[in-house]
Design a protein around this ligand. Structure first.
Ligand SMILES: NC(=O)c1ccc[n+]([C@@H]2O[C@H](COP(=O)([O-])OP(=O)(O)OC[C@H]3O[C@@H](n4cnc5c(N)ncnc54)[C@H](O)[C@@H]3O)[C@@H](O)[C@H]2O)c1
Length: 454
């Protein structure tokens, strides 16, 4: 099938690479000239494990361009995968979505095509996008669109850091559409994934437990709500264990053991139940805010989702309070932060706890030394003027440091030469923001080890 993807970011590029690998002819479009130039020269603009390899394998079926013209007429499916960042009031900024929909209308030539919202969009956006495409078509052609196109919703559930595996071996595919032909088209598009009939790339073998993938076919509004409801649930699971973690700290309980004891109950599950600094990234905060904002339009409060957001904010403040409690004075102290990306295996810094924590420490007069295995370049581009000192090696964050904080649990950090780290520090305070390190060993090495909860 011919597929066009508008927006070549974490979602668009992953989707494009996977669909091209499966044999579809894919055009990835982005307004960012640099991104397209990089992709055309064989470079990957984001860090995602195995993406470079997949792009090479998918290359015969992939092309990249900056203009939509020429990529609408022949497309069986057009994905919209542009960003929908939050506005100050929590509602999503739909400018990119609107621009993408209007360009589709401009170049639409009357062929049958399915326009798919893959961006996370507020409930009701399907109908809105449909009207924008039609309006724009009419403006540019002087008459109503008489061809057959329809708008469907196909929310994306990938996790950065495991995006390719999540796309090739998803837990489910959700498609929201009121149009039978569009549903059939998307079913055909996803068939190799749904039936798992493709030969996996050698670097991304099919997990043994993966069988046929369930297809959830719904109306538009349900598909749109599924995405928000899923993200809010994952966010509140993390905030729940963080709230319990605060109490665990007060009563002297071990939150790691508590979480395991809870999580092994099959009704609860162990995933997303690790206490720590809390979530970051471009999705959970934004989607929780959007859910609350949508509910408010219907005069509905969302106290559980709102509380999850508050608790997440508190966890970051808690890191600074904990350091203050230990060091008494923060002015003039040196704190090393291990990890900048919002989670391991990505270079994404959007809403990363490290940025917030670094800012809070700098505001209090601390010197902040930072390291990340892959996000340093992006950090320097986006936050270079913040005042944090970038270190070339992880051990260097410990130089003359009064405290070191593990912010992102990169595998690399779990296996650091902690003895060498200790030797470089002025005082050996180690705040394990992810409760991920071997605390008994670190205490034996002379660290004053602190978990984040309690
Ligand atoms: N990143 C994730 O883990 C993830 C997971 C699930 C869903 N989502 C959702 O998917 C959407 C995209 O997220 P992302 O992380 O890929 O964003 P991103 O910022 O990485 O990528 C968006 C891309 O769209 C491009 N763009 C903007 N307007 C355009 C236009 N009119 N025409 C062509 N290109 C345009 C931008 O230049 C950018 O490269 C968002 O709605 C997000 O909430 C993201």
């Amino acid at each position: 099938m011919n597929v066009s993807i508008i927006g070549t970011g974490y979602v668009g590029l992953t989707t494009g690479a996977c669909l091209a690998f499966l044999g579809h002819k894919v055009t990835c479009i982005d307004t960012d000239d640099n991104k397209i130039a990089m992709l055309r020269s064989g470079k990957t603009p984001i860090y995602e494990p195995f993406l470079s390899e997949l792009l090479v394998d998918a290359q015969p079926n992939l092309r990249f361009c900056t203009r939509l013209e020429g990529a609408v007429q022949d497309a069986d499916v057009i994905f919209i995968a542009v960003g929908t960042p939050p506005l100050p009031d929590g509602s999503p900024d739909l400018r990119h979505l609107s621009a993408a929909a209007r360009s589709i209308g401009q170049y639409y030539a009357g062929n049958f095509t399915v326009v798919v919202n893959k961006s996370t969009v507020p409930i009701g956006s399907g109908n809105w996008v449909d009207s924008l495409v039609r309006e724009s078509y009419e403006e540019h052609h002087g008459h109503k669109a008489n061809g057959h196109f329809s708008v469907a919703s196909n929310p994306e559930f990938l996790r950065e850091g495991a995006a390719l595996s999540d796309s090739l071996y998803p837990d489910r595919v959700v498609i929201g559409s009121d149009d039978e032909r569009s549903l059939e088209t998307l079913y055909t598009l996803y068939r190799p994934i749904l039936d798992q009939t493709f030969a996996p790339p050698p670097y991304l073998p099919r997990p043994e437990e993966v069988g046929a993938v369930p297809l959830i076919s719904t109306d538009l509004a349900s598909a749109e709500l599924i995405k928000y409801a899923a993200n809010a649930f994952l966010a509140l699971k993390i905030s729940y264990i963080n709230e319990i973690g605060q109490l665990a700290g007060k009563v002297g309980a071990d939150i790691t053991q508590v979480a395991r004891g809870i999580g092994l109950d099959a009704r609860i599950g162990t995933r997303f139940l690790q206490a720590g600094i809390g979530w970051g990234g471009s999705c959970f905060g934004k989607d929780c805010a959007a859910l609350v904002s949508t509910a408010a339009e219907y005069n509905l409060g969302m106290p559980i989702v709102s509380a999850a957001r508050e608790i997440n904010k508190r966890q970051r403040e808690h890191v600074v309070e904990k350091l203050l409690g230990e060091l008494k004075i923060l002015k003039g102290r040196t704190v090393g932060l291990l990890g900048l990306a919002f989670k391991p295996n990505t270079d994404d810094l959007r809403e990363a706890p490290a940025i917030d924590i670094a800012r809070k420490l700098l505001d209090r007069g601390c010197r902040v030394r930072v390291h990340d295995p892959v996000a340093m370049e992006r950090f320097q581009q986006e936050y270079g003027d913040m005042g944090a000192l970038c270190c070339a090696a992880p051990e260097e964050v410990a130089d003359e440091a009064d405290a070191v904080v593990l912010v992102t649990e990169w595998h690399h950090y779990l296996e650091l030469d902690w003895e060498a780290v200790a030797a470089r520090m002025r005082s050996r305070i180690l705040l394990d923001g992810r409760n991920a390190l071997d605390r008994a060993r670190l205490r034996r090495l002379g660290f004053h080890y602190l978990g984040v909860a309690g």
